[in-house]
Design a protein around this ligand. Structure first.
Ligand code: ADP
Ligand code: ADP
Length: 225
């Protein structure tokens, strides 16, 4: 997959420029981290890549096509949210299957993909539970599973570990690194956590005040005196 932003700008109302002339690109099996303090425009950037927010100016291309030229259900992206955004009345299996049902995939294929994702994430024993009966870490695994079953070329992750406690965050970080190696998809990963950025990012785009401050490898960003 590939994600290209060209001079993307977005303001909320008068004067509040959330994202200011942002350009970067990421492709292949690379994991790019968008890093910066709260309010610097990371989520807005990610939501525009997902097509959930419109851009005021500039362009966003996914696999060479402008986001808004592609029907939402045909966009080859899956997003993982900080608050998991699971459907409370559906079981874990139904939550994971939902996106594929919407896209009218054959029933056997859906069952197979849900099974595979559940195995990868250690969710086999929880498939019949509702999200309300899961821990935070388990819910985040289901959210990851729901993205994985889609097998998209582009994954967007918005602070996926921020609601977990420190111990769980460390183990989920390793889990996400492992998943990334397994699926070899393009990932854009939003966080305000430098440790996450360092350990997960192959490239880090540092944002502040809606602008890109740096765009480099973790090594070069953190070795700078
Ligand atoms: P981050 O993800 O880095 O915390 P956001 O992209 O959420 O930053 O926010 C960037 C700026 O835009 C902030 O000043 C925030 O308050 C503002 N903002 C975000 N969403 C909205 C919205 N729906 N309406 C108005 N202002 C918003
Ligand atoms: P995040 O942790 O992703 O930055 P926030 O708590 O800042 O989340 O925002 C939650 C929701 O509220 C988001 O959908 C965001 O777009 C919206 N939002 C953020 N800041 C503002 C704002 N100043 N005015 C209106 N909506 C906002």
């Amino acid at each position: 997959g590939s994600v290209v932003l060209e001079n993307v700008t977005k303001a909320y109302g008068e004067g509040v420029c959330a994202v200011d002339d942002v350009s970067f690109r990421v492709d292949g099996a690379q994991l790019l981290v968008l890093l910066g303090p709260s309010g610097c425009g990371k989520s807005t950037t990610l939501r525009m890549i997902a097509g959930l927010d419109s851009v005021d100016s500039g362009r966003i291309l996914i696999d060479g096509r402008e986001v808004h030229d592609v029907e939402p259900k045909d966009r080859d992206i899956a997003m993982v949210f900080q608050n998991y955004a699971l459907y409370p009345h559906m079981s874990v299996a139904e939550n994971m299957a939902f996106g594929l049902k919407l896209r009218r995939r054959p029933r056997k294929e859906i069952a197979r993909r849900v099974q595979e994702a559940a195995t990868m994430l250690g969710l086999e024993a929880l498939l019949d539970r509702r999200p309300g009966a899961l821990s935070g870490g388990q819910r985040q695994r289901v959210a990851l599973g729901r993205a994985l079953v889609r097998q998209p070329r582009v994954f967007l992750l918005d602070e996926p570990l921020s609601n977990l406690d420190a111990g769980l965050r460390a183990s989920m970080r390793m889990e996400i690194a492992r998943l990334h190696r397994a699926v070899r998809a393009t990932m854009v990963y939003v966080t305000h956590d430098q440790v996450e950025a360092m350990t997960l990012g192959q490239r880090i785009v540092v944002m502040d005040g809606g602008r890109v401050q740096q765009d480099d490898t973790p090594m070069r960003i953190y070795e700078r005196p």
